[in-house]
Design a protein around this ligand. Structure first.
Ligand code: PLP
Length: 382
């Protein structure tokens, strides 16, 4: 990458982040140590939920979340086509099948379409066991409505909040799990705060927390109270499920704790940058609408390009400015087409992906750089 290239997003790592990682490197335990729990508790406290389960990626978190809710062969999970592929793949890992609910103008899963699809699926006996709404760009879905439908149609809810740590919905933190069973965060460097690679599943349900903790580490427990076999030796441990090695290291958790302290400031910077774009990009250009009851975490700043998507992408690229499409609809990926999905299945999603681009937004982006980006965009839309 060229030195002066501006990506659409990148991490903010400062000296205190580096020092906290070094501290763990000098300590006796660099994995399976005490810092993991400290990080889990810190994130849970921050979003006002009970438990956090740290894992090596949000993808792993989605996987253990699906398994902990009993998702498996013969079941359906539904998500949106406008998300990263991991939101759908996680269900396939369990042997379940995936289906999609189309989006509305906001880019988020459409509540109307969800309701209609549930009514139809009830008649065909194909109701989902798990629904995975995605808080695209950092804007929460309408969780209150989704929660009501979950009660009516008896499905569990995993919020994919990979974009949304630091965001709020109806005065609650995203991650509070007030309207869901589990919420997932990603700590990939392009997301809001980072652990290099990493993710966390948040829940208020003790049983789900314990299942996910077991699944992230081979299905093994060392807790005497849980043992199937009694009267065992002191060195005994027990595998009770088929789990994985999805553990986060203490090195990563130390970075996470340090990053979490910057979360509010990072959201503030991202919000100011978004406001600056909205004020200075030509007022004929539209953005994804953010509902009144949401505080967006602004992982992405997405503009409507209409028929100028390619032109804008190329103009920005020629000026060393990165932009990205979030996302190509999942159902049009070759892998998903092989499962039977086709062009035309989710028209709003297809339309959306043909007319949107995300432009740079991240803490290190300067005012000066934003001015250059704005002026290039305004040239395209003049
Ligand atoms: C990034 C992302 C993931 C996966 O996160 P990883 O931590 O990279 O596994 C899942 N869902 C969405 C919506 C994402 O943007």
């Amino acid at each position: 990458m060229e030195n002066n290239y501006i990506p659409y997003g990148r991490q903010l790592i400062q000296e205190d982040d580096i020092q906290s990682v070094i501290e763990v490197l000098r300590s006796p335990l660099i994995t399976q140590g005490p810092v993991i729990e400290e990080f889990e508790e810190a994130v849970a406290r921050k979003v006002k939920a009970r438990y956090g389960v740290a894992v090596n990626s949000a993808t792993s978190a989605l996987h253990v979340a699906c398994l902990s809710l009993g998702l498996g062969k013969g079941d359906w999970a539904w998500t949106t086509p406008i998300t990263f592929v991991a939101s759908a793949n996680c269900a396939l890992y369990t042997g379940a099948q995936v289906d999609f609910v189309d989006i509305d103008q906001s880019g988020l899963m459409s509540i109307e379409k969800l309701r209609t699809k549930l009514e139809q699926s009830k008649a065909n006996n194909k109701l989902p066991k798990v629904l995975i709404p995605v808080h695209l760009g950092g804007t929460s879905c309408n969780m209150e409505e989704i929660h009501k439908l979950g009660i009516e149609y008896n499905f569990s809810i995993i919020e994919d909040a990979s974009h949304a740590i630091g965001g709020e919905y109806k005065n609650d933190k995203v991650g509070s799990c007030k309207y869901s069973d589990i919420t997932i965060f990603s700590f990939h460097p392009v997301k809001i705060i980072t652990t290099g690679e990493g993710g966390m599943a948040i829940t208020n349900n003790k049983l789900l927390k314990e299942r996910m903790k077991k699944l992230r580490s081979h299905g093994i427990t060392k807790d005497k109270k849980e043992f199937v076999n009694k009267n065992v030796e002191a060195w005994y441990y027990e595998q009770q499920l088929l789990g994985f090695n999805y553990r986060m290291t203490d090195i990563q958790a130390a970075l996470g704790i340090s990053q979490l302290q910057k979360l509010d400031r990072i959201i503030q910077i991202r919000t100011e940058q978004a406001n600056y774009y909205m004020k200075n990009i030509k007022n004929t250009v539209e953005y994804n609408m953010i509902p009144q009851d949401c505080k967006c975490a602004y992982h992405l700043f997405t503009i409507k390009t209409h028929d100028r998507q390619k032109e804008l992408f190329e103009r920005l690229r020629s000026k060393n400015i990165g932009s990205q499409l979030h996302y190509l609809p999942i159902h049009l990926q070759p892998f998903y087409r092989k499962l039977g999905y086709m062009e035309g299945d989710y028209k709003e999603a297809e339309e959306y992906s043909k007319s949107r681009l995300s432009i740079p937004i991240f803490p290190g982006l300067t005012r000066n750089q934003q001015d250059i980006i704005i002026s290039e965009i305004n040239k395209v839309f003049q």
